[in-house]
Design a protein around this ligand. Structure first.
Ligand code: SF4
Ligand code: SF4
Length: 365
């Protein structure tokens, strides 16, 4: 039994620390889920528009025409990386899939400011993953954790993948990057991606099915072990000034924050979470019922460092959502205003390529 000491304070039974209950309800998960589903709706809309655009060219340019949604480039992270290297090398915005580059740089900026918020607030694969492990928890009453001897080497896979892509793309010259993106393969990379899901083969369906089952059993299986995009954003997130920060004086060491962390981080033992695995989901903050004990916050001001007080530096869930929205829509606005949002490809090129996208192969293959 906890012993009441005042109207809102209790002595925590294990630590004998005075626990002051939250004065305001914590709404991070409601806000985050709303942002996640809005982004899913946006992607569904982009998907339908892109499908109609592809069908127009597959019919030989007759019937209903809808413009190509440039946002589909967000599903081409490799093109985003290649085009970013091209921009860095030449100072010029690439002509093909420039939106892939803008979105990639926008998500990179998000990670530099807000840890891997992209993964837990926007990424549709992250949203799907989260809902799958929640289904698993409903069925099995808990998620399964891989033993450390398996978990640690598996976590290295995503870094090996990202190192591979960075190495290959880093070694390409600007001319080679331009040649690849402007080749038939580069131009219809988005159509090939759609066709992959439209005409999915047995082997690919089995792999996706296995990943779905593993995602039900293990929290964020894809994100934790395999996603190179998340790995890259995780490395950038090390520089984020906003982190999960714990006030050791206010904290009553109940451990609830660590229990709910999908990345299995020791939130209840650390003062701040620097880990590349933290995706800024704020589930730990939502689980903490102690006033000012845990925040997604900027570093303390100098005079507050001794006490490790973060509460005047915390970002509310709405502020996090606002920063994400500013970066996302700001990036699109800049790209549109400078005339670099859409690929600069003439219609007759699409007429000749889109219906035959499956036959278009990478140069040299
Ligand atoms: S530390 Fe908190 S914000 Fe980071 S992943 Fe764990 S629960 Fe989410
Ligand atoms: S920070 Fe974690 S351990 Fe401390 S009171 Fe909050 S939930 Fe409990």
């Amino acid at each position: 039994m906890t012993a009441p000491i005042c109207t809102d304070g209790f002595i925590h039974k294990k630590t004998k620390k005075i626990m002051i209950r939250r004065r305001q309800p914590e709404r991070s998960q409601q806000v985050r889920h709303a942002v996640q589903w809005l982004f899913i709706a946006l992607n569904a809309w982009i998907g339908v528009q892109f499908y109609l655009w592809v069908r127009y060219y597959e019919r030989g340019g007759v019937g209903l025409y809808v413009p190509r949604p440039a946002g589909v480039d967000g599903w081409l992270p490799i093109a985003g990386l290649m085009n970013s290297k091209y921009l860095l090398a030449t100072g010029r915005v690439p002509a093909v899939h420039p939106a892939a580059m803008y979105l990639f740089l926008g998500f990179l900026l998000m990670s530099l400011l807000l840890k891997k918020a992209f993964c837990s607030w926007l990424c549709p694969v992250g949203t799907l993953s989260e809902n799958l492990w929640k289904i698993g928890q409903r069925i099995f009453k808990h998620s399964f954790h891989l033993p450390a001897w398996l978990d640690v080497p598996l976590r290295a896979i995503k870094y090996l993948l990202v190192a591979f892509f960075v190495w290959i793309i880093g070694a390409m010259s600007a001319e080679a990057l331009d040649g690849f993106m402007a080749s038939p393969y580069g131009v219809v990379a988005d159509v090939k991606m759609l066709n992959f899901f439209r005409d999915i083969g047995l082997a690919a369906a089995i792999v996706i099915g296995v990943l779905a089952v593993l995602s039900i059993l293990v929290q964020n299986f894809w994100c934790r072990y395999l996603c190179p995009y998340g790995a890259l954003l995780g490395i950038a997130s090390l520089l984020s000034p906003v982190k999960i920060r714990r006030d050791v004086e206010a904290c009553v060491d109940c451990g609830k924050c660590a229990t709910v962390c999908p990345a299995s981080l020791k939130v209840d033992e650390l003062v701040q979470i620097r880990s590349v695995e933290c995706n800024a989901c704020m589930a730990c903050v939502a689980a903490c019922s102690t006033q000012d004990a845990l925040q997604f916050a900027l570093p303390a001001r100098k005079q507050d460092v001794r006490q490790q007080r973060w509460f005047r530096r915390a970002l509310s869930p709405l502020a996090v959502a606002a920063v994400i929205a500013y970066i996302f829509f700001g990036t699109i606005l800049i790209a549109r205003a400078t005339g670099h949002w859409q690929s600069n490809i003439p219609q007759d090129v699409y007429i000749n390529l889109v219906p035959y996208a499956n036959q278009v192969t990478h140069a040299g293959i």
